[in-house]
Design a protein around this ligand. Structure first.
Ligand code: ADP
Length: 441
């Protein structure tokens, strides 16, 4: 069977997310009962760990946010701030630059989106917030979080996403409108910031007065792949800009960037330990030739809501997808050599909670940031090479303090790497037991 038959050919737009609905009824935010009008999503009763519960007891209402913004926050189902939100939101509101480190899935996106939305001045008609991310999917996902949190701020059309792999001209047209927040990948944004034609006074992306710059997955953005574009963009922004860096991992090389760009900043580090409390980690010691068979056994045994399988190359992703589909398990695949439209369609379909295809095989383009709440199992079909990649990969499960499972296929050649990663992360990856208790994931 051709694996493409699993793709749903439903039409889709630029974003693979459902667009936040525009409020249909006018809400009177002066009404003292405004909170009763919030249409909260169904309460999530799953167990959560102290990674998100260990708070000081702050409330969103205590941050002095506007009522329309609070309404967006509560409608998204955020009841109380997570530890990183509690720590970062007040600092950002006070105008400080920050370098914030917190575990995967603990709410970093909300931690910068909420104060940025609050600080956008509706009277100023220029770009006020620039959010940089390392992948296109992550940019679209983040723009959507901003749009849903800011649903009542009338910013929907004023938040523009611009990433590589899409038509440059249409980005230029969209940036001509009244834009307040731009979310995108550094390469495309750099092109738009420097491109000037003979008649234009400004480049299509005018960030001369943009006072707030967010680098999410900051360590990736400061790697050699992205750093030149990131610094070029920073050069266009005002000297007194507020710079917000977020990630679960920061390498020591951040120091030189910090010395140059972040002379005065608040450091928030909520990572006294590195791995998520809710994610159980196991390894299966296998021969390369046994991996597919082992995967088949896992599919039959585990209760999988949704699952991501990581391979170390594009070829291996496609090959594995063919094999798994032949075994009777429908799956999608995604990698960086696919066209953007195709990538969007696959990801859009996969993230539907009721998708009839619950497995996604991918390369490391999906290692970071991707947030799929129902995803409870991550399988490293190929073991990653670095501890940071491992940490980000397994962080795709166990979102917002929930339980999750990470299973690693370890060949003879991976043994030393597994030990090194265990030591680096100060964690233990146990041998896979015959039965895995379903309450663990
Ligand atoms: P990170 O950026 O740290 O990896 P995300 O910002 O993607 O994490 O958040 C992970 C998940 O937690 C998302 O599905 C998000 O909607 C949810 N979430 C974030 N903050 C809260 C909150 N305060 N209350 C409930 N859920 C939240």
């Amino acid at each position: 069977m051709n694996r493409n038959t699993y793709y749903n050919n439903r039409p889709y737009g630029r974003s693979y997310h459902k667009k936040p609905e525009k409020p249909k009824v006018e809400i009177d935010f002066n009404d003292k009962d405004w909170k009763d009008k919030v249409k909260k999503p169904k309460a999530d009763t799953r167990t959560k760990t102290s990674d998100v519960l260990n708070t000081k007891g702050c409330e969103f209402e205590g941050f002095n946010l506007s009522r329309p913004l609070l309404m967006g926050i509560f409608e998204k189902g955020f009841e109380r701030p997570s530890p990183i939100q509690e720590a970062a939101i007040p600092c950002i509101l006070m105008g400080k630059s920050i370098l914030a480190r917190a575990k995967n899935g603990t709410g970093k996106t909300g931690a910068f989106s909420i104060p940025c939305l609050h600080l956008v001045d509706p009277k100023k008609q220029h770009i006020q917030v620039l959010v940089l991310l390392p992948t296109r999917e992550l940019a679209l996902q983040t723009a959507n979080v901003l749009k849903s949190l800011g649903k009542y701020l009338d910013l929907d059309d004023k938040i523009v996403t611009s990433t590589g792999g899409t038509d440059l001209k249409s980005d230029i047209i969209r940036l001509k409108r009244d834009v307040r927040i731009v979310v995108g990948t550094p390469g495309r944004l750099q092109d738009l910031a420097k491109k000037r034609d003979a008649h234009a006074q400004h480049a299509p992306l005018n960030i001369d007065n943009c006072n707030m710059i967010v680098l999410d997955e900051a360590d990736k953005l400061l790697s050699t792949d992205f750093l030149p574009a990131v610094t070029a963009l920073l050069e266009y922004t005002p000297k007194d800009r507020q710079l917000l860096l977020f990630s679960a991992t920061f390498p020591s090389t951040i120091k030189s960037f910090k010395d140059q760009w972040l002379k005065e900043c608040e450091t928030i580090n909520l990572m006294d330990e590195l791995t998520l409390k809710g994610v159980s980690q196991y390894y299966a010691y296998v021969d390369e030739s046994e991996k597919v068979h082992c995967l088949y056994a896992l599919f039959r045994k585990l209760t999988i809501n949704q699952c991501i399988i990581f391979c170390n190359s594009v070829n291996r992703v496609e090959l594995l997808c063919t094999k798994v589909t032949r075994l009777g398990f429908p799956c999608y695949y995604i990698h960086g050599q696919m066209g953007q439209k195709h990538r969007n369609r696959v990801f859009h379909n996969f993230r539907q909670a009721n998708s009839n295809c619950r497995t996604l095989i991918c390369t490391d383009i999906f290692t970071r940031g991707i947030d799929i709440q129902n995803l409870n199992v991550v399988i490293n079909f190929d073991f990653p090479r670095s501890a940071n990649t491992y940490l980000h990969r397994i962080g795709r499960s166990g979102r917002f303090g929930h339980m999750g499972l990470a299973i690693n296929f370890i060949t003879n050649a991976d043994r030393y790497n597994l030990c090194a990663i265990e030591t680096h992360l100060n964690t233990e990856v146990a041998a896979i037991p015959k039965e895995i208790d379903a309450s663990l994931y």
